[in-house]
Design a protein around this ligand. Structure first.
Ligand code: MSP
Length: 507
């Protein structure tokens, strides 16, 4: 059985409508999945929904529905978003599914039987909003920070997972595996966190406080703490316990936001796997936040961008292009509608859209719609060809290193290069000449422009799959499935008829 590249995203909270932050992460992972597939890497891409916990239970109570009903409604919204964003996930895991609950129970039983989980009485401060116990050190200037909401002191018997036992192992693991967390500067933040001694993790919640969760298999008075439930999705989605598990695990890449790196993904998750004798995922990619007015865009801060309304106005590919072009993966970015409109007009409308429409128009008018033979015997032509040959490995390398904004920049510099070539060659002038030499120059110019556009469009496939499909369709090509084969400048369209001039990005 060949191992597939297993790619995951965070599973979103079923606690409100999706916004730009959720959309961005799914697009980022989707672009990675599509890039892999174009590189002929079998890829299994999973995303999903995190449905348990106090906030979901409270939200349902407020609404006067059952938590499951609320989750089902929210799941529809998130699934609809995936469809609207053209996300190519292979599976969708919901933590209320039987397949997931079974794996959580199995893992808990296993860890309990081996003494990795114990029961103890605990007195301390508890934050309802964060659904976690707090310590004095969590105070800032002697007060509980706003993010914790109301904090009360409680005494309770609970179950604890032995995190502290693995602290030294984890520090060593992080130091030995430079690329476990990318961007690399995030690893230092995790190591910083690990300078303080870890406490064991309280993994249960008494049912009288919270019943919307997965019951502990060894004590029916408790449900499982949400993170101990949610993180397990990464193994439950690929059938932990079944034979097929080996095809996928270890995950090759977990894509998540920086807010859930430490402690959940970089501390709890590796230690849970280590304690369960499971291999570590190969890499965690922590992206930054979309901000608005200097704050993280989130339900609680209020100002959120609804991706669906942008898609409705401008189409899905401009939205995908914008978020991938504007965000340096790992850093924060400010969302601005003006920036969005400016990218739409400039990169998409003027550079790409105009190129496509004027080129299709000229081929129709001057060449009866048939792609002519090009001869690359002059400097102008050689220059454009070299530009492609130099840009291609750079763009591929940037894509493979998740530097999509820079990769897209390379491709758009090339697209502008095609336009510049046309401005220098002036095919509209050549078309007026009766001179045989000019006629051949015209054919060369149009032939080379078509070939260059074809190559640029194949490179844009992961980010703008619809635009890619449309333009390929008009060139008589199926959607690209193999970059190695299709990113070769070989004038394969000579003699083929092109479709009607499209308007890709209407004003
Ligand atoms: N349910 C947990 C994740 C469990 S994973 C085992 C969760 N859910 S969330 O809905 O709050 O966030 C889902 C993902 O969206 C996270 O990776 C989070 O970082 C990301 N984003 C939420 N708001 C964001 C922005 N404003 N910008 C970019 N991404 C952010 O956390």
């Amino acid at each position: 059985m060949n191992k597939a590249f297993y790619l995951t995203t965070a599973i979103d909270y079923a606690n409100g409508s999706p916004h730009l932050g959720h959309a961005y992460e799914k697009i980022l992972a989707d672009v990675i999945a599509r890039t892999n597939r174009l590189n002929r890497l079998e890829t299994h891409f999973v995303t999903g929904l995190d449905e348990h916990g106090q906030k979901v239970q409270q939200g349902a109570e407020k609404e006067g529905v059952t938590p499951q009903e609320r989750c089902d409604r929210i799941a529809k919204e998130f699934l609809n978003l995936l469809q609207e964003l053209n996300i190519s996930n292979d599976d969708y895991i919901r933590t209320t599914e039987e397949r997931h609950k079974k794996v959580v129970s199995h893992l808990l039983t296993d860890l309990f039987d081996r003494g990795e989980i114990y029961k103890a009485e605990y007195s301390g401060f508890y934050s309802l909003r964060a659904e976690q116990f707090l310590q004095e050190k969590d105070k800032v200037n002697g007060k509980w920070p706003e993010i914790y909401g109301e904090v009360t002191e409680i005494t309770e018997s609970n179950y604890f997972f032995k995190l502290s036992k693995y602290q030294d192992w984890l520090v060593k693991y992080l130091n030995d595996n430079e690329d476990f967390i990318v961007p690399r500067f995030r690893k230092n933040q995790v190591l910083e966190f690990l300078k303080e001694p870890l406490n064991d993790l309280c993994i249960s919640r008494p049912k009288d406080r919270l019943n919307w969760g997965i019951q502990l298999p060894f004590d029916e008075g408790y449900v499982t703490y949400v993170w101990f439930d949610a993180l397990v999705n990464y193994i439950s989605a690929v059938g932990y316990g079944n034979e097929s598990f080996e095809k996928y695990w270890p995950a090759d890449l977990h894509v998540i936001g920086k807010d859930i790196l430490a402690p959940p993904h970089s501390i709890y998750w590796p230690i849970m796997l280590k304690a369960a004798n499971l291999p570590m995922p190969k890499q965690i990619l922590a992206h930054g936040w979309w901000m608005s007015s200097g704050e993280k865009m989130s339900k609680s801060t209020g100002e959120v961008i609804d991706p669906l309304s942008l898609i409705e106005q401008r189409g899905v590919d401009p939205f995908r292009y914008f978020v991938m072009r504007e965000m340096t993966v790992g850093q924060d970015a400010d969302f601005s509608l003006d920036r969005f409109e400016s990218r739409y007009k400039t990169d998409l409308g003027n550079d790409l859209g105009n190129l496509v429409s004027r080129l299709f128009h000229m081929i129709a008018t001057y060449e009866n719609g048939v792609v002519p033979v090009a001869e690359l015997n002059e400097e102008f032509e050689q220059k454009l060809k070299s530009h492609f040959e130099e840009m291609k490995p750079k763009a591929l390398d940037l894509f493979n290193n998740y530097q999509f904004n820079l990769g897209l920049d390379q491709i758009f510099v090339f697209i502008r290069g095609i336009n510049k070539y046309a401005d220098e060659r002036k095919p509209w002038k050549l078309a007026k000449s009766d001179n045989e030499e000019d006629k051949q120059k015209l054919k060369t110019c149009l032939g080379l422009m078509v070939e260059s556009l074809r190559l640029a469009i194949q490179l844009l496939a992961p980010v703008m799959p619809d635009v890619h499909g449309t333009v390929n369709g008009l060139m008589g090509l199926p959607p690209c499935e193999n970059w190695e084969k299709d990113l070769i400048l070989d004038f394969r369209l000579v003699g083929k008829s092109l479709g009607e001039k499209p308007i890709l990005f209407p004003r």
